[in-house]
Write a protein that binds this ligand. Structure first.
Ligand code: BG6
Ligand code: MG
Length: 217
């Protein structure tokens, strides 16, 4: 049966989660709101607009739309400043091997990301050509855990939801894949991602035997 592999971007393909964190921390601290790595887990996989709302809720800060728009812009400019020199060295361990293996086995591959910065990141890291389909923050309305982004990707890949395999580093993304009845693979810590069907610390832990199993099942 035809399978489809859907990859999240930030924290799965590239190590950009740390830049999102730094940029949000600057905004939060500027507003007198404490922002820890633990708080940051709440933002992973979540859209830019929703992320700001979560930070403001954490700090019990109310703001006008005008201020929010200003902070969203500041956050993104700061975030983009970290990406200027981005190249293939920021691809996370084992990712290239898995992408190449899937390509060699003619497997359909999609990006399913909440980020509006996805395409330039794929270009800078030289990974754009691996993707048959790209669904990112510019294409969807509802943020993960809403499954919209993955449903859209599966449709474009022309695979049934049950035959789609999703790689995610965020709780919201794992939940989105599960809601869509897709096979969820968590990349990260077991204690954070326990809702995923399979969990690996990183892509170096994923064997070709496991990938063959996914392809042929
Ligand atoms: C997700 C990240 O991939 O994209 C979130 O995990 C981020 O942290 C979201 O907020 C939106 O990204 P961007 O690049 O459009 O601000
Ligand atoms: Mg992510």
């Amino acid at each position: 049966k035809r399978k489809g592999f859907i990859f999240d971007l930030d924290g799965v393909i590239v190590d950009t989660a740390k830049y999102h964190f730094l940029a949000w921390k600057k905004i939060a601290n500027g507003l007198g709101i404490e922002f820890t790595l633990e708080h940051n887990e709440l933002l992973k996989g979540v859209s830019r607009v929703r992320s700001l709302d979560i930070i403001l809720e954490l700090g019990k800060v109310e703001a006008s739309q005008e201020d929010k728009d200003k902070w969203l812009l500041q956050k993104n400019e700061d975030y983009l400043s970290y990406l200027v020199d981005m190249n293939e060295t920021e691809i996370l361990p084992g990712v290239m091997k898995v992408l190449k293996f899937l390509k060699e086995h003619n497997q359909p591959i999609a990006l399913g990301s909440a980020s509006k910065n996805a395409k330039p990141i794929l270009e800078k890291t030289g990974t754009l050509a691996f993707f048959d389909v790209i669904v990112d923050g510019n294409d969807v309305v509802n943020a993960k855990p809403d499954p919209e982004v993955f449903l859209h990707a599966a449709r474009l890949l022309n695979v049934n939801n049950e035959d789609a395999i999703v790689f995610e580093d965020s709780v919201a993304g794992v939940q989105a894949a599960n809601i869509a009845k897709m096979i969820s693979i968590g990349i990260g810590e077991e204690e954070t991602l326990h809702e995923a069907e399979y969990i690996f610390k990183d892509f170096t832990q994923i064997s070709t035997t496991f990938l063959e199993l996914l392809i042929n099942n």
